[in-house]
Design a protein around this ligand. Structure first.
Ligand code: 4GX
Length: 252
């Protein structure tokens, strides 16, 4: 999969791509990442990439021509390249959108700065607008990095093969269960007995139950979307009963 990043700050991408899983994916040729400095496509004497907004107001707007030239240049090499603009005004990013993006062969990630891009960039070049969350960054670069990271790990061969299979079933609709590793006791806090028991049936049941508990407590919105099995509904019933007992003790 190819990623082209259109940015005024290409260096922001250097070290995140030199580490760990993404570095290995690049090395193995599973992903190809190019940073393209939009300033290189500003052809006036001073390579100007921004200008004041028509109608007046605060800040600067990114000019249409450098972005247009950069995207047209990429598309002349690969007409199916899909252009994504990172902006708080986009669709909220989730695992389903990432799954869809991971099926494409070539993404162009447009990183805006200042007050954003001239609206005609959207009109003429942007295929999809994505937001990584309801907060404001200083630019689209970190959002683009999030997309690259989360898409890459969905590509075949990027994670260990045992890691990827697990992912989609259970994990997608529920939060993960608590994990522990050695030591079995730390500052008086013990690892749950069952995890040391070697009873795989009991361990699996405990994990499903704790994943349900966590989801019910922290993200009830996810639970209503999840397709729960009869077994899971039973576990959820147990959790609610346990909570009522606890609330009774707490005087609720
Ligand atoms: N999820 N930003 C875009 C420039 C901008 C300003 C105004 C449009 C209108 C962000 C996010 C994000 C900061 C990227 C502002 N664009 N991107 N940038 N949240 O906060 O994706």
């Amino acid at each position: 999969m190819k990623f082209d990043i259109l940015t005024l700050f290409p260096k922001m991408f250097v070290s995140p791509l030199e580490e760990s899983i993404l570095a290995r994916a690049i090395e193995k040729g599973l992903i190809q990442i190019r940073t393209i400095n939009l300033r290189d496509f500003a052809w006036d004497k001073h390579h100007v990439v921004d200008d004041t907004p028509y109608g007046g107001g605060q800040g600067m707007v990114m000019k249409v021509e450098p972005i247009a030239r950069a995207i047209e240049w990429i598309k002349s090499q690969d007409p199916v390249a899909w252009t994504v603009y990172l902006t708080p005004q986009g669709k909220p990013l989730n695992q389903e959108i990432l799954q869809q993006l991971s099926l494409r062969s070539h993404l162009i990630l447009l990183c805006g700065r200042y007050e954003g891009v001239d609206e005609r960039v959207r009109d003429l070049y942007v295929d999809e607008e994505i937001s990584i969350g309801d907060y404001v960054l200083t630019g689209g670069e970190l959002a683009a990095m999030v997309v690259i990271d989360a898409v890459s790990r969905l590509l075949p061969g990027v994670l260990g093969s045992d890691r990827s299979a697990k992912e989609d079933s259970f994990f997608n609709s529920l939060l993960e269960y608590p994990q522990y590793t050695r030591p079995s006791e730390f500052r008086g806090v013990s690892v749950p007995e069952v995890l040391l028991s070697g009873n795989h049936e009991a361990i699996s049941r405990w994990r499903r139950k704790e994943a349900l508990r966590r989801t019910a407590l922290r993200r009830p919105d996810l639970l209503s979307k999840a397709n729960l099995s009869e077994e899971e509904k039973k576990l959820l019933g147990e959790i609610f009963q346990e909570n009522q007992v606890k609330e009774g003790r707490d005087g609720v």
